[in-house]
Design a protein around this ligand. Structure first.
Ligand code: IPD
Ligand code: CA
Ligand code: CA
Length: 285
């Protein structure tokens, strides 16, 4: 038999269980996840082929750019089937105006192309929905390990069936920070060297994973304490920004403002680490 004390404990446990339980997935997220999973089937097949092509002399480069375009075609077809009037901005096919001027899908069909091309399983499909200038939903899916990140504005962020929270670490000396490294034809090497020098010996570690959407998802999941990058495009960031914010994190451009998607630079993290890394980067200019 359960006494009064036992009854109260049972009620508290039930309340806790309910607050941790996943809310039912909305129709909107179902559409986005369905499109991501459909495009992912092709990418997974192509990734297997890419691993095989590594050893061929011609290499997989042309094959990968076709895989990229095919994935975007599937995403665009699926998303516009479900929401016919919405606009679409995709990395491969550019902007397509819709009859509904208030909604736009922002899509990167394959983020982490260089990883994909080299058979490294750190790549993702990224889909965001913008409503009147605000990102209201985001999905980032890595088919290689079946990690599905989802967020809707005001409703929290999730990795598969787990609610996400940014890391609680408050000291830079404990923090692992994601970044990008300027490469052939991209970025300002001198500026990066100044930033690297400013941050490198203050933190527990720096990482360059090579897929911006997943870098942001890793911040949301508390794996990275912060992440910064320059010269990105809206499709690299749109879904990930919402993931971080819905997981309780901070996201700004590198001036500390909200213009990431137009300026192309970004820093994300929990509140104290975001603040401290941003200060270091500003001082390095
Ligand atoms: C790239 C990745 C990479 C970042 C590049 C992006 P792509 O996107 O997100 O991590 O450093 O700047 O362009 O080309 O693989 O879709
Ligand atoms: Ca990208
Ligand atoms: Ca891409």
């Amino acid at each position: 038999m359960i006494g009064v004390g036992g009854y109260q404990i049972a009620r508290v446990r039930e309340r806790r269980r309910r607050s941790n339980a996943l809310p039912p997935r909305s129709a909107l997220l179902n559409v986005m996840v369905g499109a991501a999973r459909k495009a992912a089937r092709g990418l997974t097949r192509d990734f297997g082929e890419v691993e095989r092509l590594q050893v061929s002399l011609k290499g997989p480069a042309n094959f990968v750019s076709a895989a990229d375009r095919r994935a975007e075609e599937i995403l665009r077809a699926e998303l516009s089937k479900a929401r016919s009037g919405y606009g679409f901005l995709g990395e491969e096919s550019g902007r397509h105006e819709g009859s509904d001027k208030t909604h736009t899908w922002i899509v990167d069909p394959l983020d982490g192309t260089t990883n994909f091309l080299h058979g490294i399983p750190q790549f993702a499909i990224s889909i965001a929905l913008e409503r009147e200038g605000t990102i209201v939903a985001g999905v980032v899916y890595n088919p290689a390990n079946d990690e599905l990140y989802m967020a809707e504005r005001g409703k929290g962020a999730f990795l598969n069936d787990r609610r996400l929270r940014v890391a609680a670490r408050t000291h830079l000396t404990d923090a692992v920070i994601g970044c990008a490294v300027p490469h052939h034809g991209r970025g300002d090497l001198a500026q990066f060297r100044r930033e690297l020098e400013a941050v490198q010996d203050k933190v527990a570690g720096l990482r360059r994973f090579g897929a911006a959407a997943l870098d942001l998802a890793f911040v949301a999941a508390g794996r990275l304490d912060a992440y910064w990058e320059r010269n990105l495009s809206p499709w690299d960031m749109a879904a990930g920004v919402l993931l971080v914010r819905e997981a309780g994190g901070f996201v700004t451009d590198l001036d500390g403002n909200d213009a990431m998607l137009t300026k192309g630079d970004i820093i994300a993290g929990n509140e104290p680490i975001h603040r401290d890394v941003l200060a270091l980067l500003k001082a390095a200019q």
